[in-house]
Ligand binder design. Sequence first.
Ligand code: SF4
Ligand code: SF4
Length: 173
Amino acid sequence: MAGESLCAECGLCCNGTFFAQVTLRSEEEIARVERRGLPVLRKTSSCVLPLPCPQHTGTACSIYEDRPEACAEFRCWLLRDVGSTLIGFDDALATIARLKVLATTIQAALGLDVRGQALFDAAAAFFDENDTLEARREHAALFLDMAEFLQIARRRFGIETDGPSTGKTTGPT
Ligand code: SF4
Ligand code: SF4
């Protein structure tokens, strides 16, 4: 199926690029996830699986049949658009590849440890907090990469900080 193949090439919603955590919805789910060796972070009002997820192998979810409900439900806009043939599979792959290049560049440039915060959130905050002409002149290439990264994430994948809750959230954990 095109969708599964696309996700196998992507993993951006599992590896800490878009989201910082996955909400676990029941004690049964928490126990199931713990049995599969995943870390669970218990908070006052919720339990979450922090991302990057150790079960993401780079090409697939290694506990696909046992993955949390929020993971099973999540469908980014790109996946939806491939499913409805609004965008071709190869174009979608090219979008994923471009976003990964930008993510790697930004992460290296910022020296970010994204654990606890999605790269998307970190980049959006950095972009807003350094909104001066001097900063943008000094780091022109980085700001261009960030602008493209944020635009693709928002417009092609539908990612928003604290956007409609999907169970996968940008964080912090
Ligand atoms: S970001 Fe979209 S295409 Fe990528 S793995 Fe997640 S659901 Fe699949
Ligand atoms: S359990 Fe699977 S689908 Fe969910 S975040 Fe981890 S690798 Fe991704």
